[in-house]
Design a protein around this ligand. Structure first.
Ligand SMILES: [Zn+2]
Length: 124
């Protein structure tokens, strides 16, 4: 059954790793890791909020890290968090510092001052 030899083994090993990778991708992460990821994202948002006036680029970097953590652990940002990140360049948005908000009928137009693009948000 089992092939022996130099040629057979690496292929088997490779196949095993491939299957393992596929299985890992489908299953969700352990709950304690998901909780930890949420906490880390929360901390990054806090840090970004504290630093954005002095260094918007660093705040943008924190948002990139938060996004990376979210993708790794299948954690989505909360609604409030999503509204504070530029959809185009991932800058941390603070009205008057890195963004301009214009309120119209039922919508808010948020203009990012780092990439100069706008995103439109709805509200009830
Ligand atoms: Zn932007």
């Amino acid at each position: 059954m089992r092939t022996r030899g130099v040629a057979g083994r690496p292929a088997r090993l490779f196949y095993g790793i491939l299957v393992y990778a596929c299985m890992r991708r489908r299953s969700s992460k352990p709950l304690h890791q998901i909780k930890m990821a949420r906490e880390r994202i929360h901390i990054l948002f806090g840090e970004a909020d504290a630093i954005v006036k002095r260094d918007p680029k660093l705040a943008q970097r924190y948002m990139l890290l938060a996004r990376k953590i979210g993708m790794r652990y299948n954690v989505r940002l909360t609604r409030e968090q999503r509204r504070r990140v530029c959809r185009h360049c991932r800058a941390y948005l603070r009205p008057g510092v890195t963004s301009e908000h214009v309120v119209r009928r039922g919508t808010v137009r948020v203009r990012c001052l780092l990439c100069k693009k706008t995103m439109t948000l709805r509200y009830k």
